[in-house]
Design a protein around this ligand. Structure first.
Ligand SMILES: Cc1ncc(COP(=O)(O)O)c(C=O)c1O
Ligand SMILES: [Zn+2]
Length: 413
């Protein structure tokens, strides 16, 4: 049973049948899935969810699919860990890390891809495709392989080596484009209009894809004992994930899973070399000015973010903030998270931790706010970023004398 009412235009409200559509024919606004919350509240409960599978499909009543034939590698229900050591280092009383590095292909994109390809298959679409900054590429190739779908994955040619290798291993077609993500995305929009039978997860089935990120909010609330945090920090590329985390918290209250309607402050994190949303926030602007990305955080390098405007709106209305950090701060953020909590994040995680630290320093996040930082991708995919400053503490021959020489020197430092 599905509780999807329609796809509704976010700008003019025009409603459409739940097909492979993503823009309004009248005003070109983006479409959003709307649900029959009254019907959902009659069937959903904390118990029904607890009895579901340990992955995103435990929330299927709040996801835009009609059957139970899921394209799933088991994404979701990742650990929410109490980060006491990192909290102490930053000066926060109650910090939690949502560790999405532990998804099947190492990023939160497995959530959105699982939803997008499940719906695509329901709609009879047989080819999976995407425009990607890296993590989506891994995830689409892996899920398409599992679902026995052909895939066409488009990436900027300068992506990290690990992201290229861990996409091509699944088979399918990996097409590198000489250009940045915004060039890749433009090309994919053109191809999608020529090939209406392809499921471009973040183009023509984007409306469904985006809903997958709501599960981050659902899980955090469930893992906190059906409570919402005071403040969350979310990395921004297109801005989709941030807007859907907001929608997810709202929906939990609408369907009766939360006792109180509590406000969650939502803050965004960007790399300084690609910070169109943070810049608009800081300058108090309503329009997002596209930029040419120049940062080591390649997964977040979207200069013209599709949902940037809506992300800005959520940040402002929720009482959050949006900050940006330099590449040096990104690397320091990766090291701080690893050395305090034992979690190795990719550059996007470094952006999140460094921005979190900055917002605490600036007094935007209060010491006593229950705060969740979303760590969305695995560090093994972006080792290049750390390479110039990483290596063994020392290299010695297999000799006890040499080792003790090293140890004495170290102890006298
Ligand atoms: C690891 C990681 N985190 C966060 C994001 C941001 O996602 P969104 O485009 O929904 O803002 C991305 C996007 O590619 C990503 O790869
Ligand atoms: Zn419209």
């Amino acid at each position: 049973m599905a509780y999807v009412k329609a796809l509704a235009c976010k700008e003019c409200g025009q409603e459409y049948e739940a097909k492979a559509l993503h823009v309004c024919e009248f005003c070109f606004g983006p479409l959003e899935v709307s649900y029959d919350y009254e019907a959902i509240s009659k069937v959903i409960s904390r118990e029904s969810i607890a009895n579901g599978p340990p992955n995103i499909w435990r929330y299927k009543d709040l996801l835009p699919v009609f059957g139970n034939d899921f394209v799933s590698l088991g994404a979701g229900f990742t650990p929410l860990v109490r980060a006491e050591r990192l909290g102490n280092a930053l000066g926060l009383d109650e910090l939690w890390i949502k560790n999405d590095t532990l998804n099947p292909t190492g990023s939160f994109k497995d959530r959105v891809v699982s939803v997008a390809l499940t719906r695509a298959r329901e709609l009879g679409l047989k080819i999976a495709a995407c425009a990607s900054t890296g993590n989506l590429a891994n995830s689409v190739a892996a899920h398409a392989a599992w679902a026995n779908m052909d895939s066409y994955v488009f990436i900027p040619a300068n992506l990290e080596k690990a992201k290229v290798i861990t996409t091509s291993v699944y088979g399918g077609n990996l097409i590198a484009i000489d250009g940045n993500y915004d060039d890749v995305n433009r090309l994919c929009a053109e191809i999608a209009s020529e090939e209406p039978d392809w499921a471009f997860v973040n183009v023509n089935v984007r409306t469904y894809y985006a809903e997958g990120s709501k599960t981050l909010a659902f899980e955090v609330a469930e893992q906190l004992g059906w409570q919402v945090p005071d403040h969350v920090v979310v990395p921004i590329a297109s801005g989709s994930q941030l807007t859907k985390i907001h929608k997810g918290f709202k929906e939990l209250y609408k369907v009766g899973l939360l006792d109180h309607e509590a406000k969650v402050r939502i803050s965004g994190a960007q790399a300084f070399g690609c910070s169109p949303v943070a810049t608009a926030f800081e300058k108090g602007l309503d329009v997002i000015r596209p930029v040419k990305p120049d940062t080591i955080a390649k997964s977040l390098a979207i200069g013209n973010p599709a949902d940037g405007y809506y992300a800005l709106e959520v940040i402002r209305n929720s009482g959050g903030s949006c900050g940006s950090v330099t590449d040096e701060e990104v690397l320091a953020g990766i090291r701080l998270l690893a050395s305090t909590e034992g979690i190795f994040a990719e550059t996007a995680g470094g952006v999140t931790i460094a921005t979190l630290a900055k917002l605490v320093r600036e007094g935007v996040i209060n010491k006593n706010e229950k705060t969740v930082a979303f760590i969305t991708g695995n560090g093994l995919k972006t080792v290049e970023a750390l390479e110039p400053t990483s290596g063994p503490t020392t290299t010695i021959s297999p000799s006890l004398d040499e080792f003790f020489e090293f140890l004495h020197k170290k102890r006298s430092e």
